[in-house]
Design a protein around this ligand. Structure first.
Ligand SMILES: [Zn+2]
Ligand SMILES: [Zn+2]
Length: 559
């Protein structure tokens, strides 16, 4: 009995553990019947071909809604979409503050304005090294190097134990545009043995040996590639990688070239970075309408579209559909990025279009023009050595990443390693215990403007339509079942082959009239029977012809 009223610190991953994307986690403190909660991150995943028409997939906040009165705040580690992309859709309902650094706050505000969202969000400033208190939690943001400004790990302290929640990080000794990961602060936390410590840690690169290359090595490569280029250089990268934008701008300045920027997201994010003083010594970027005024050897174009997005700048340039910008044979395009799984085909198509026109394409297979923002195995080990965690919970990864990370932690001597997944409840302290599948998790779709569950979304039907098309048959009959008008047909998404005898409309009409005739006159008054018979007949006739089952709707009107 006593156990039930003891204060505990629990960790509940609601997204991002067992998948890449939509990171969201809850930390609870208190006795099991009266916990207070903070939420760390609230991200999205981009939908794939399995979810036709859906743009974003969000973690289902059902568990948090059940405890809404005890949810105290949201804390954002950084402003990548997989960590903050769902805030504007999910968080207003909780009406609780969001703690964010100045850059993340500005990103959130800019997104809210650009999407015309009316709901206000109470953003509270968070500064590295300045602890703040939320209910029973004391929270301190610790600077980490990543691939977007102001990424933070969180040091979360409670009376029964502490947590280092790393967020996304790497151990880059020479990051561009921001300080390196504050390893000394982690070591300080590790030296404090007054209460136990858990490490909740990024697993993205746990399968990769060694140390990830530094951002300044990428900068040096870009500098050489820009300096030696005979004509134009175009570089596409992630708009949010401000460090990379700075590296390109510095390299261009050194080579005596001007930087033209194309792409709304890039203008927006570099504008935020400039306002916050992150672009000191970087000349203003020129807008794309100045592109044509510059000689070929005087320009570096920075543009969006590194993921193959059809409407982004580099795709439109490759298709020769861009109103202001064109590239010619001998120009150089650098993909300073990697293709997120699922985007590879689109990226390769764009590269091929450029190559076909004589443009030189350089990717990370040719030169070090991109580096990851996540820690490889040697970096993970250095963090373990600094933090000396009592408990390790690998997060931010698919099963293979989590498993490799767990094994690495155990091999490195960490006593307790928890194999958690979304929806598990992990009691961290006291006595680490793992309760799989304790809480409700799932996903929501943002389908157009509608936020809904997968069941509510209609995506299943949309997928069925994409395979089976749709046939609508409408006819008017009298009481004795004779056709007075019709059948009228609507056929969507089925093959339409010129063939006088065997065309689809012909087959369907024949099936309808034949079926009606085959029903004894006195039973033709039974509407359900007629409908079912017509449905079956049309379906089987079309299936025999096409080799696939169509979706069929029958409307029999009686007069
Ligand atoms: Zn990130
Ligand atoms: Zn991430």
């Amino acid at each position: 009995m006593a156990r039930a009223f003891t204060d505990e610190l629990v960790f509940v991953p609601l997204g991002g553990v067992g998948e890449i994307g939509m990171n969201m986690a809850a930390y609870g403190f208190g006795p099991p019947n009266a916990r207070k909660w903070i939420v760390v991150d609230c991200g999205v995943t981009f939908a794939g071909p399995q979810e036709p028409g859906v743009e974003l997939i969000l973690p289902d906040p059902a568990f948090l809604e059940e405890h809404a009165d005890d949810v105290l705040a949201l804390v954002l580690t950084h402003s990548h979409e997989d960590h903050y992309g769902a805030v504007l859709d999910l968080w207003p309902a909780f009406d609780r503050p969001v703690y964010a650094t100045a850059f993340s706050a500005a990103m959130l505000t800019a997104k809210r304005e650009s999407e015309g969202i009316m709901e206000r969000i109470d953003i509270k400033p968070m500064r590295v090294g300045k602890p703040f208190t939320v209910g029973p939690f004391s929270i301190e943001a610790v600077n980490v190097a990543h691939s977007i400004p102001e990424s933070c790990a969180l040091l979360i302290a409670t009376p029964v134990g502490r947590v280092v929640h790393t967020g996304d990080w790497k151990l880059d000794p020479n990051p561009v545009g921001g300080p390196p990961t504050d390893l000394p602060r982690f070591a300080l936390a590790g030296e404090d043995r007054s209460s136990p410590l858990a490490l909740i840690c990024d697993s993205t690169n746990a399968l990769k040996d060694g140390t990830s290359p530094s951002e300044d090595e990428v900068a040096a490569t870009l500098e050489a590639l820009i300096a030696e280029a005979p004509h134009r250089v175009a570089i596409t990268t992630f708009a949010s990688n401000v460090g990379r934008l700075i590296s390109v701008a510095r390299a261009a300045q050194k080579a005596g070239r001007r930087v033209v920027m194309s792409g709304r997201a890039m203008h927006r994010i570099s504008g935020i970075a400039r306002e916050l003083g992150m672009m000191e010594g970087i000349e203003p970027f020129l807008d794309q309408n100045e592109y044509k005024t510059l000689a070929r050897k005087d320009v570096v174009l920075l543009c969006t579209g590194s993921q193959g997005e059809a409407r982004a700048a580099i795709a439109r340039i490759a298709r020769e559909e861009h109103p202001e910008i064109s590239l010619n044979a001998g120009d150089r395009v650098i993909f300073s990025s990697w293709a997120i799984p699922g985007n590879e085909r689109e990226v390769i198509d764009i590269q091929n279009m450029l190559i076909d026109r004589g443009v030189e394409v350089i990717t990370q297979t040719h030169a070090l023009v991109h580096t990851t923002g996540h820690p490889r195995r040697e970096e993970l080990k250095r963090l373990y050595d600094a933090v000396k965690p009592d408990v390790l919970v690998p997060v931010h990864g698919e099963a293979a990443h989590l498993e490799a990370h767990a094994l690495l932690g155990r091999q490195h001597g960490i006593d307790t390693v928890v194999h958690a997944r979304n929806g598990d409840m992990v009691r961290l302290f006291p006595d680490t215990t793992h309760f799989p599948g304790e809480v409700r998790t799932g996903v929501l779709y943002l389908d157009g403007n509608v936020l809904c569950t997968p069941e509510e979304s209609g995506v299943k039907g949309r997928r069925r339509l994409s395979f089976g098309g749709h046939i609508v048959v409408s006819l008017c009959v009298n009481a004795s079942g004779q056709i007075l008008s019709g059948p009228e047909l609507v056929i969507e998404g089925l093959p339409d082959v010129e063939d006088d005898d065997e065309s689809l409309p012909h087959l369907i009409r024949r099936a309808v009239t034949g079926t009606l005739k085959s029903i004894p006159p006195k039973r033709r008054g039974d509407a359900d029977l007629v409908n079912t018979a017509l449905q079956r007949a049309v379906r089987s006739e079309v299936t025999a012809y096409w080799g696939r089952k169509p979706n069929v709707s029958i409307f029999v009107h009686r007069v």
